[in-house]
Write a protein that binds this ligand. Structure first.
Ligand SMILES: [Zn+2]
Length: 77
């Protein structure tokens, strides 16, 4: 008979994205360095005739060596 409350396994919950170990070219370091990669949805309010707002996903990479962040549009992902 099991009356004890269910034991939840202690999961390693990480808020950082899975690709945090990826190496990418950093222009500042001029070398392949580990980067933290996040996807940000940035609302662009350009004068689109149809939609008032266009939300574009941006891929934000932060060099873990020098802290430089690079944003690039990730439309074609
Ligand atoms: Zn760097």
């Amino acid at each position: 008979m099991h009356c004890s409350p269910a034991e939840l396994p202690e999961l390693m919950v990480t808020t950082s994205p899975a690709e945090s170990h990826s190496g990418e070219q950093c222009e500042n370091c001029n070398a392949m360095t580990p980067h933290q990669i996040t996807i940000e949805i940035i609302t662009e309010n350009e004068d689109n005739s149809n939609a008032a707002f266009s939300r574009e996903p941006y891929r934000v990479t932060e060099c873990q060596q020098c802290g430089t962040t690079t944003k690039q549009r990730a439309n074609n992902m």
